[in-house]
Design a protein around this ligand. Structure first.
Ligand SMILES: [Fe+2]
Length: 269
């Protein structure tokens, strides 16, 4: 498919049309994954790279096998971050400017684990997100929502000895994108983790529970296994919520294994 065909299809499609496509793919997946299905299809826990309701995935998903590197050679090199490389204040996205950012102050915390449930210690976790009005500070985001001069939307921290990361931030708003007419992303925070080896690097998105846009969002729905995509949704945790200060959410990240957190190949909106 050429760029023109993809973009004109995107311009013409309505949410109802995209939702219908999402539903058809979900039904086909349900049939394939049912216990009686022929061939015993393996659980599909990662996003589909070629997922037509997510229009730009058609144009950029790999069509050839990836270049294979010598894994032993790569694993001789690993990212190393010392305590001096990241200031603990960088984990608080609400204190980067002189004023208070607008919106719901919230703590997002959780553990980074490997496939055996062991903590991934002292590793870099980076986040980026829109502000409370759903606006990024980015030249490509020009939709008419206010930029908050007190909020940049970027932070990072190292996991502690138990693999725990913790950010103080502002709950992001949903925002429109140009996948189809009236397309809106559910509120989300982008996460990048390096893990213990470069081969474990992952980029993903965390969502907030109960978002009404989940069913309509082709990026969220491109993980066709409902249980797998729910692993991207944080849990409200009243023990993380702080009196007279902020709400709290908990979200664990699993780098490898069958309960691995779904990841994306390429950073998108
Ligand atoms: Fe985003």
């Amino acid at each position: 498919m050429t760029d023109n065909r993809a973009s004109s299809a995107a311009a013409a499609a309505t949410q109802a049309e995209v939702s219908e496509e999402i539903e058809q793919i979900a039904k086909a997946h349900e049939r394939d994954a049912s216990p009686g299905a022929a061939g015993g299809v393996a659980a599909e826990t990662q996003p589909r790279l070629d997922y037509p309701p997510y229009r730009s995935s058609i144009l950029r998903h790999p069509t050839k096998d990836l270049h294979h590197a010598d894994p032993e050679g790569i694993e001789l090199w690993s990212p190393v971050f010392g305590q001096a490389d990241v200031d603990p204040l960088e984990a608080d996205l609400t204190i980067q400017h002189r004023g208070e950012p607008v919106g719901e102050r919230t703590i997002v915390t959780g553990r980074v684990l490997d496939g055996e449930g062991r903590p991934v210690r002292h590793q870099l976790v980076e986040i980026w997100q829109a502000n409370a009005g759903g606006r990024y500070i980015h030249k490509r985001d020009q939709h008419p929502a206010a930029i908050d001069p007190s909020f940049t939307g970027v932070g990072r921290c190292l996991t502690d000895g138990d693999g725990v990361y913790r950010f103080t931030t502002i709950k992001p708003g949903p925002y429109p994108w140009k996948n189809h007419r009236n397309a809106w992303r559910p509120a989300h925070i982008h996460f990048s983790l390096f893990g213990r080896e470069f081969t474990q690097r992952m980029v993903t998105q965390m969502y907030f529970p109960g978002d009404p846009l989940f069913a309509l969002d082709p990026i969220y729905q491109s993980i066709v296994d409902p249980q797998a995509r729910e692993r991207l949704v944080a849990t409200y945790d009243h023990d993380v919520t702080e009196h007279e200060w902020c709400t709290g959410y908990r979200w664990d990240i699993v780098l490898t294994g069958s309960h691995r957190t779904p990841i994306e190949e390429e950073v998108e909106s």
